[in-house]
Design a protein around this ligand. Structure first.
Ligand SMILES: Nc1nc2c(ncn2[C@@H]2O[C@H](COP(=O)(O)OP(=O)(O)OP(=O)(O)O)[C@@H](O)[C@H]2O)c(=O)[nH]1
Ligand SMILES: [Mg+2]
Length: 401
């Protein structure tokens, strides 16, 4: 009986949230103070390849990145991925570096407790590095705790001829520029690394080309870039970002691919809300956020969110779905600290699984395929498992710590 009531209430609240957008936004801000969103600060001259790095890491298109940036200081802009509402990763792009006497203090003030990884982007053959070096030095002096990753781009500009393809296997691993690396390029890369070494930097060399450039692979060195990021900041971001390109089978349609990072973002936010000590208000907030996620998925599929669709998905999942969330919250009271992490991860995984199940539901509906409640339940169970795996690192490592 209680289960049935809870169930009905859940469906009702998804469609009619008990909290306003403003309240939800305020609570999320509060939750993020305890567990801040990871921020990558991209520092580099104009045209050094900053947007290309974002593109390669997130899979966003140039247009999406261009539209997604909003100014945050006089010289910098911020890009929340996948968007402001469902962001789980933030990029800061410093525009002013091309100009003489760039003073990073305003950007630093804005970043204060925000940046977690300083990515210095330089073209591999560029030797006018004074501006970038001095900005890095200033930032480093104030924030020695931020890891510095120097990303050396546009490698092919140092290849002996236009016809040369990328050297394989990848010869640019730190301090081991081997014989396959073209001589001019190797020299240039080493000189750059010497300059930044005193600043405690790590290095990675990439060539993030466009398909029409004709190089293979298009994103050369991306693997090494991810390894360097994960080593500096072990938050599991690589899996959280790449899963959308690895989804197979029934969740492989373009809409699901597009919805995936949004689902991930809402899942992280729901987990954060569940972890924040806001007595009694926790669950309505989480459900309001799930409601927002449902609306967002529906609009990606170009379908409207009907009571029926919510009912079918939530019914198939069963009260067991939210039961885990409630159970974990109870547990959280018994085991302070640990409990809230379990609760955060559980709520995030449940939200993730719900979102992906709704994607499956819409994909099947759209393609006119028959499906049963049992199938929905199976998808949910699989995605719950998957969500737990994907989000585990995010909820056990705090970028702020
Ligand atoms: N081949 C190759 N081209 C690159 C690489 N990085 C950037 N480019 C190209 O260089 C140009 C500038 O790259 P962006 O990523 O837009 O550089 P940016 O630093 O964001 O530039 P601004 O936003 O203007 O400051 C584009 O035409 C890219 O396609 C790279 O690693 N290899
Ligand atoms: Mg750019």
């Amino acid at each position: 009986m209680i289960n049935k009531l809870l169930h009905g209430e859940w469906i009702h609240r998804i469609l009619n949230p008990a909290v306003s957008e403003i309240q939800l936004h305020a609570k999320l801000q509060q939750a993020r103070q305890n567990m801040p969103m990871p921020v990558f600060w991209l520092l580099g001259k104009t045209q050094s390849g900053k947007s290309s790095v974002i593109q390669a890491l997130t899979g966003s298109s140039r247009a999406e990145i261009g539209q997604g940036f909003r100014a945050c200081t006089r010289q910098s802009a911020v890009y929340d991925f996948p968007n402001e509402d469902s962001a789980f990763l933030r990029f800061l792009d410093t525009k002013g570096l091309g100009e003489a006497d760039y003073d990073p203090s305003e950007d630093m003030a804005w970043c204060r407790s925000q940046a977690h990884l300083l990515m210095v982007v330089v073209k591999a053959m560029d030797h006018e590095l004074d501006g970038v070096l001095s900005a890095t030095r200033t930032i480093r002096a104030v924030h020695p705790e931020w890891p510095v990753l120097v990303i050396q781009t546009c490698l092919h500009e140092g290849y002996p001829s236009k016809a040369s393809n990328h050297p394989q296997p990848y010869p640019f691993a730190e301090d081991r520029l081997d014989m396959r690396c073209p001589a001019d390029l190797a020299r240039s890369i080493s000189v750059q690394r010497q300059h930044f070494k005193a600043l405690g930097a790590q290095f990675v060399a990439v060539d993030l080309t466009r398909v029409e450039d004709g190089y293979q692979p298009v994103h050369y060195g991306l693997e090494a870039l991810w390894e360097a990021i994960e080593a500096a900041l072990p938050l599991g971001l690589r899996h959280m970002l790449l899963q959308n390109r690895l989804q197979s089978g029934q969740l492989n349609d373009v809409y699901a691919q597009h919805a995936y990072p949004h689902v991930m973002g809402y899942a992280v936010s729901a987990g954060l809300l569940a972890m924040t000590p806001v007595p009694a208000a926790g669950m309505p907030l989480v459900i309001a956020l799930q409601g927002k996620m449902f609306h967002s998925i529906a609009s990606i599929y170009g379908l409207s969110l009907t009571k029926r669709s919510v009912y079918e998905v939530v019914s198939a999942v069963g009260v067991g779905g939210i039961g885990i969330g409630f159970g974990a919250r109870e547990l959280a009271k018994l085991i302070p600290g640990w409990g809230s992490l379990i609760s955060g991860l559980s709520t995030a995984a449940i939200t993730y699984a719900l979102g992906m199940t709704l994607c499956f539901y819409y994909a099947q509906t759209q393609q006119g395929h028959a499906f049963s409640a049992k199938m929905l339940k199976t998808v949910y169970q699989e995605q719950l498992q998957c969500g737990r795996e994907l989000l585990k690192a995010r909820f056990t490592q705090n970028p702020g710590s």
